[in-house]
Structures are given as structure tokens and as C-alpha cells.
Design a protein around this ligand. Structure first.
Ligand code: S3P
Length: 170
């Protein structure tokens, strides 16, 4: 008999897909703790994500992101919102698979992602239209590895939560 899946839901998707908003609402609905990986990193470092990128560069950010992911993955039950690049790092995909739990990709149309990212100050990897599309294309193959895909198109965050709850993943 297969072991029951851990009560952990990882939300993944590109910057601006709503991981943090949906994650908090989902955690509230389940009565589970919510962990936002970027917030955990900022709290641990005492710097904003933008400052970490500016002061120490992306490779350092990816290192501490992995350490934060390993730490967050010990929690159960938990809803964990990943950063946009977390699941596009193969060692992180492995780490999450080994930890167990369910991965849910919040799939959002590119034009909506772009519009949302343009208004955000704390997204160092959002530069221009071309680099945005390139980054998105590079990451889609990783996002497609998720256990579940939820289209957020035409759905508000609460409706996205209802879709996730209807998956009955556990
Ligand atoms: C990143 C996305 C950000 C944050 C960092 C790097 C990325 O998270 O982790 O700026 O590589 O796409 P959000 O997806 O929450 O914006």
C-alpha cells in the first residue's frame, strides 16, 4: 500500500501568478499554516529580495532559497508559496519530490503576468518584455512537472482556491 501523501501543498508559477495571495487564502480555508518562501528568506537575511539580488547576486540568492526551501519543507501541514524561480531549479524539484506533498502550478496568461509584474517594485528579475518572455519560456517545462495545473484565467483568488480544494489531493 502506498504511503499517504504528506499534508503539504507547494504553489508554484511565474512572478505575478498569485502564489502568495492564493496561498494565504488556501491556508486559511484549510486551517493550515502558510509559508511564503520569499518572506522567509527576507526575514532570515534581514534584507529585501531586491537588496539580496543587488548586494550578493542571483547565485547567492538561489543558495539561500534552497536552504529556505529545505527548512520550509519540514513543516506539516503547510501551504508553501514558492518564488517564481524556485521550481525551475532541478535540485529543488528533487528536494520537493523527496519531501513529498502536492505541487500545484498556478498557470496564468503571459499578458496578465506582465501587467502585474510591471507594477511591482520588488521583482529584480523583471526587466523588459523580451527578457520576461524568455524567462517564462525557460520555466514552463519545469512548471509542467507539477502534479496539478490550475488555470487562473478569469478566476479571482477565491475561485482559484476552490479549484485547488476540489482536487482532493490527500
Ligand atoms: C523570482 C521570483 C520572486 C523572487 C525573486 C526571484 C524569480 O518571487 O523569488 O525575485 O526567479 O522569478 P515571486 O514569484 O513571488 O515574485
Amino acid at each position: 500500500m502506498s504511503r499517504q501523501r504528506r499534508k503539504v501543498i507547494y504553489l508554484l508559477g511565474f512572478m505575478g501568478s498569485g502564489k502568495s495571495t492564493v496561498g494565504q487564502l488556501l491556508a486559511d480555508a484549510l486551517g493550515w499554516p502558510f509559508i511564503d518562501l520569499d518572506t522567509l528568506i527576507e526575514a532570515g537575511q534581514g534584507y529585501t529580495i531586491r537588496q539580496i539580488f543587488e548586494n550578493s547576486g542571483e547565485p547567492f540568492f538561489r543558495q539561500i532559497e534552497r536552504a529556505a526551501l529545505a527548512e520550509a519543507s519540514k513543516a506539516e501541514p503547510a501551504v508553501i508559496a514558492l518564488g517564481g524561480g524556485t521550481y525551475a531549479q532541478p535540485p529543488n524539484v528533487l528536494l520537493i519530490r523527496e519531501a513529498g506533498g502536492a505541487t500545484v502550478w498556478l498557470d496564468c496568461p503571459p499578458e496578465l503576468l506582465r501587467a502585474r509584474c510591471e507594477g511591482l517594485q520588488n521583482r529584480p528579475l523583471f526587466r523588459d518584455e523580451q527578457s520576461f518572455m524568455q524567462l517564462l519560456m525557460e520555466r514552463l517545462p519545469y512548471y509542467r512537472l507539477a502534479d496539478f495545473r490550475i488555470s487562473t484565467e478569469g478566476r479571482n483568488p477565491q475561485e482559484v482556491v476552490e479549484q485547488i480544494l476540489s482536487l482532493r489531493v490527500f
